[in-house]
Design a protein around this ligand. Structure first.
Ligand SMILES: Cc1cc2nc3c(=O)[nH]c(=O)nc-3n(C[C@H](O)[C@H](O)[C@H](O)COP(=O)(O)OP(=O)(O)OC[C@H]3O[C@@H](n4cnc5c(N)ncnc54)[C@H](O)[C@@H]3O)c2cc1C
Length: 419
């Protein structure tokens, strides 16, 4: 029998179901994505931030190694523990968030199709989101509108069914869509029955190549994440086949009938997509935070003032200690939510929202700290830290602002309608 002072032998170690040790596949994918982020993404980051354009050559490189594409995404989704997706995102966004989003932005449309589509829709439309290595495509998820950001129930884009032609007719304006207008596949959230609020919404598959009446509006010039394309999308009598509603028209009709009878409906098109993608978005924020922390740590060990390294001052060393602590804490929340999501556990306490909230706030705070540790250099474009700070801020805004995440968590823990 081992005493508490002695280590347990292998035979004495109880069999445990819980482990934070990554398996070999997870380590291999982490190292593979990290290598791509270090060798291809990071060296291109400054250029594409300045150009404010979609980095197609880098997306092509990602497609060549199998990171961008149907198979690559399927490989990340496949891990039954759910950890490979956040691990890969953290590594890629450690390289650069703008380019990372140009590569991973398609994932939001994909998540929505996987989450709500029929088997047939998944088989047909997901490959179309990525195109082929010789004809690459990206995809867009269009929920937000000028007057419907946090308040998704206020979506004004309508989808009216035309019995005569067996088509949906979409009209409205979408705002801030990642990859909006430069994609073939656009997943568009529209209201089928405005009297039902967000419970009257459905998600529609619109192809820029196939359907008329959809076009890009103004491209948005941004504070950060500038290698990722963001634009308005206009829908003007855009006609799409009856079968292009995610989940199928029959299922939608049944769901709307249940809602009209006053029964509860599980499905709210935009919310379902966001709940599933929040931990992954959190992992992206952690990648940015980690990049800034590592850079600031190295800098503080080199930079001398008053005849000593600046890290020898507790003020600097403790700031770095707190950064490491907060980044690790955020990662644990992200891994928990990813694991829960992948293993089909219900987010009883809005664990998905918790992970995204913590990671976004840590990234914003840690990149600001890193910039401060670099002093004047941190504020210049000669150093990457100011870019990381600009990139981090969006993580407290999109996919639900920090206030909205707190509202979701507060409602989940209280069971009350907190407003
Ligand atoms: C770079 C970028 C990419 C994006 N990509 C996409 C995309 O691909 N698809 C998509 O559909 N959308 C996308 N968006 C839109 C994004 O999701 C919205 O900007 C976000 O949800 C916030 O909405 P809003 O901008 O209208 O802010 P508002 O909703 O107007 O919020 C303004 C402020 O008020 C606060 N607030 C609002 N309501 C409450 C409340 N009840 N209680 C407390 N505070 C509140 C908010 O927290 C925020 O601080 C993107 C945005 C950006 C900037």
């Amino acid at each position: 029998m081992a005493t508490t002072e002695q280590a347990l032998t292998a035979e004495e170690t109880p069999q445990v179901a819980f482990t934070l040790e990554l398996n070999q596949d997870q380590k291999d994918i982490r190292d593979w994505v990290h290598g791509f982020a270090r060798d291809v993404v990071r060296p291109a980051a400054h250029e594409w931030d300045e150009r404010e354009g979609t980095p197609w050559p880098i997306i092509e490189e990602a497609a060549k190694i199998g990171l961008y594409g149907f198979e690559g995404m399927a490989q990340l989704f496949a891990d039954p523990t759910g950890l490979t997706m956040p691990i890969a995102n953290e590594e890629l966004f450690w390289g650069d968030a703008g380019i990372g989003m140009a590569i991973m932005g398609t994932g939001l449309a994909v998540a929505s199709i996987v989450g709500q589509g029929t088997g047939e829709q998944i088989g047909e439309w997901i490959p179309r989101c990525f195109g082929t290595p010789t004809d690459l495509k990206v995809a867009a998820f269009c929920a937000s509108e000028p007057n419907a950001g946090s308040d998704v129930s206020n979506v004004r884009t309508t989808a009216k069914f035309d019995e005569a032609t067996n088509e949906w007719v979409l009209n409205g304006q979408k705002a801030w869509a990642t990859n909006g207008g430069i994609s073939d596949v656009h997943v568009v959230i529209a209201s089928v029955d405005p009297t039902l609020g967000s419970r009257g919404h459905a998600a529609f598959l619109v192809s820029m190549a196939e359907h008329s009446g959809i076009e890009q509006g103004a491209k948005v010039s941004k504070h950060g994440l500038r290698a990722s394309h963001t634009a308005d999308v206009h829908l003007d009598d855009c006609r799409i086949p009856a079968g292009n509603v995610l989940g199928g028209k029959e299922k939608l009709d049944e769901r709307l009938a249940r809602v009209r009878e006053g029964k509860r409906s599980k499905s709210q098109a935009a919310m379902q997509t966001f709940e599933a993608s929040r931990p992954t978005v959190g992992a992206q924020a952690i990648g940015i935070a980690r990049a800034a922390y590592e850079y600031a740590l190295d800098y503080a060990k080199e930079r001398e003032q008053f005849g000593k390294k600046i890290i020898e001052n507790q003020a600097i060393a403790f700031a770095l200690a707190d950064m490491k602590l907060e980044i690790d804490a955020a990662r644990l929340l992200v891994w928990r939510a990813s694991w829960m999501g992948r293993t089909g556990q219900k987010f009883e306490n809005a664990e998905g929202s918790m992970s995204k909230l913590k990671a976004g706030e840590v990234a914003t705070w840690a990149t600001e700290r890193a910039m401060h540790i670099l002093g004047g250099n941190g504020y210049t474009r000669e150093y990457p830290v100011e870019r990381w700070h600009r990139d981090a801020k969006i993580y407290t805004i999109f996919e639900g602002t920090s206030e909205i995440q707190r509202m979701v968590i507060a409602r989940a823990i209280s069971g009350m309608q907190i407003r």
